[in-house]
Design a protein around this ligand. Structure first.
Ligand SMILES: Nc1ncnc2c1ncn2[C@@H]1O[C@H](COP(=O)(O)OP(=O)(O)OP(=O)(O)O)[C@@H](O)[C@H]1O
Ligand SMILES: [Mg+2]
Length: 405
């Protein structure tokens, strides 16, 4: 199982819409559960007009297991059972104070139940912003998907803050490890100044000398060249990746200017140039997606049944692909028999164009592309993307101490 929380710096960028359709895209082939963790507003229930017999209220208050809270699409919405592998777990429709503002015991109960769900993928739709309700569900590491809208520069910077908060939180936990405290913060003496400064930097992001983590890592490598903790710290920073999706994608130029550049610049300047970034794909701005949220039938479900009503044109497959890519008019009659090399390069060019046009303009292929990228990234067992387990602080500390001990 892989757990993929979806977060964003600001509200309204399309998290719920994206999480819902991504879960449906994955569920075409893999069993996928979507969990509505935006307790309080329950926007999932506004976008998915399906009867809910049991939700997180039953799990938290009535002793129902989380497995029993899984709901399928109603037969009236999916008569072909094309999305039979899709399940969702809704949060309560009304305002239930201690579910909206859940305490750490409730959080642990939720995390433990999520960790043992029987599914290939668990997608978690989180609240917007940066409180502990969000951060605690972003596994201690970098397995979540951050959603941006290229149209909103402020949202990009807020999303950079999320990435930074996840990494800093992880490093803070590392600094609190008993082995680290003993070594650098002795109860009977002065803490090592560098570590006291790092501790303060991780709390409020400022230091009189160091701009970012790179400066601390370099300084520490000089002062403590053989130190195992520094080596592990550096390893965690170097392996930290920000996985993101662009929603309401408009143009490549706009995405680069408003999203990718400010994101990378901000993280490099304030966090570290060792952090890396992975774009999992984009979703175009599309009226049908908007309409779906108004009708309560998810975009991909509507699309499946629309396509069933209007069967695809029958063309010979090459013509069809060329037509799809707008290349049909460019096709020239063959002048001479192409060589194997020509043909291979034609096919590769054609595939590239298919990729570009498919991933570019049609939301269904956008979602299929992202689902394929996710499957690819999570196929490697040692790859960090998609945690198999949401670690508690205690579990993380245990593993970390074993590495530095
Ligand atoms: N790719 C898209 N094209 C067109 N409209 C979209 C797209 N993605 C989302 N929307 C629309 O944007 C609005 C906000 O989407 P959504 O509620 O999913 O955002 P959110 O990030 O979950 O918001 P919140 O922070 O309030 O939970 C909705 O009206 C939705 O239909
Ligand atoms: Mg939402």
């Amino acid at each position: 199982m892989r757990i993929l929380p979806v977060s964003s710096g600001k509200g309204g960028v399309g998290k719920t819409t994206f999480a819902l359709n991504l879960a449906l895209a994955l569920a075409k082939t893999q069993s996928t559960v979507l969990i509505d963790m935006d307790t309080g507003t329950s926007s999932l229930r506004n976008f998915l007009d399906a009867p809910v017999e049991r939700d997180l209220f039953h799990f938290l208050k009535k002793g129902t297991s989380m497995e029993e809270c899984r709901q399928a699409l109603p037969l009236s919405m999916d008569p072909d059972r094309a999305f039979a592998k899709f399940n969702f777990i809704a949060s309560p429709r009304g305002f239930v104070h201690d579910i909206v503002n859940f305490d750490s015991a409730t959080k642990n109960k939720l995390v433990q139940a999520i960790n043992v769900l029987r599914a290939d993928y668990v997608i978690i739709d989180l609240k917007a912003g940066l409180d502990t309700h969000v951060l605690d569900f972003l596994p201690i590491s970098n397995s979540g998907i951050i959603l941006f809208t290229p149209g909103l520069r402020a949202a990009t910077l807020a999303a950079a803050e999320i990435a930074k908060a996840i990494l800093f939180r992880m490093l803070n936990i590392m600094l609190s490890a008993p082995l680290v405290r003993e070594r650098y913060f002795p109860a009977d003496g002065q803490p090592a100044p560098l570590f006291q400064r790092l501790h303060d930097f991780l709390q409020h992001g400022q230091d009189p000398e160091a701009k970012n983590l790179d400066d601390f890592i370099n300084e520490a490598a000089e002062q403590f060249p053989q130190d195992n903790f520094i080596r592990v710290l550096r390893y965690y920073v170097e392996n930290f990746k920000v996985y993101y999706v662009l929603n309401k994608f408009n143009t490549v130029a706009e995405s680069v200017e408003n999203t990718i550049k400010p994101l990378v610049e901000n993280i490099f300047r304030t966090v570290s140039s060792r952090v890396s970034f992975r774009n999992l794909g984009w979703v175009v701005e599309n009226e049908e997606i908007k309409k779906s949220s108004e009708t309560g039938i998810p975009y991909l479900v509507r699309r499946y049944y629309q396509k069933r009503e209007t069967p695809a044109r029958v063309l010979d497959s090459d013509d069809y692909l060329r037509d799809l890519c707008g290349l049909a008019t460019k096709r020239q009659p063959a002048q001479k028999k192409p060589t194997l090399k020509d043909e291979l390069s034609n096919q590769i060019d054609l595939l590239r164009s298919i990729y570009i046009c498919n991933a570019g303009s049609d939301p269904e292929t956008n979602f299929d592309f992202i689902a394929a990228a996710i499957k690819e990234f999570s196929a490697y067992s040692n790859h960090q993307f998609g945690m198999k387990h949401i670690f508690s602080e205690g579990e993380f500390l245990e593993r970390f101490q074993a590495r530095i001990g």
